[in-house]
Design a protein around this ligand. Sequence first.
Ligand code: AMP
Length: 216
Amino acid sequence: MILVLLGPPGAGKGTQADYIQQRLNIPKLSTGDMLRAAAASGSQLGKHVQEIMAAGQLVSDDIMIDLIRHRIKEDDCKQGFILDGFPRTLAQAEALTKMFETEKLQLSGVLEFEVNDAALIERICGRFACAKCGAGYHDTFKPTKVAGVCDECGGTEFTRRKDDNAETVAKRLQAYHDMTAPLLPYYENQGILRSIDGMQDIEAVRSDVEKVLKRA
Ligand code: AMP
C-alpha cells in the first residue's frame, strides 16, 4: 500500500504514520526527519537545509523530489510506504505522479488531517521527544508518566525541534496554506482524498485512520 499523509504541521501526521508503519509493516518516509538527519550530519546539503527549516520555509522542489525519487527505490519500499511531509507543493505532487507512472506504482490513498490553526500552535509549541528512542510527548496533552523519564525506554534526555517555536510555526502554517493546501483539490479530483477530523484525541483519529485503511 502506498499512502500520502497531508495536513498542516502539528496535525498528527507523524503520530499516525508511526501507527500505520507498525500496522502495515511498511516504512514511513518523513521528509522532515530526513532533512533533520542531513542537518545533524553537517553535510553540505544539511547546512543548506538547516537555515531554510529554521526560517519556516520550504526546501526547494528539486532537492525534495530527488530525495524521494531515490528513497522509494530502496528495498524496504517494495511492499509500499507512507509519505509523511511529501508532497508539499503542486510541483512535488505532479513529480510524484510522474514517478509513480514511470515506476508502475499506484497511490492507494491520501489521508488529510484537518486541524484549525489555533490548536496547531498550541500543539506544536509544547512538543518534545526522547533523545534516546524518539518517543513523542507534549507538555500539556501527553506528558511523560514520571516527570523527566521516558515512558518507552527510561531515557532522561529530551529534545525539542528548533522550528517548534511560535514565530517559526506561524511561517510554517503560512507555507502550508499557500503551497500545500492546493494539493487537496488535486487529490480530490483523482478521487483518492480521505479527510479525517484531526481535532479528535489520538485514539479517535487512529480509529478513523483504521477505517480508511480497510477501504483503501
Ligand atoms: P516537518 O517535520 O514535516 O514539519 O518538516 C520540517 C521542515 O522541513 C519544513 O518546515 C520544511 O522546511 C522542510 N520540509 C520537509 N518536507 C518538505 C517538503 N516536502 N518540501 C519542502 N520542504 C520540506
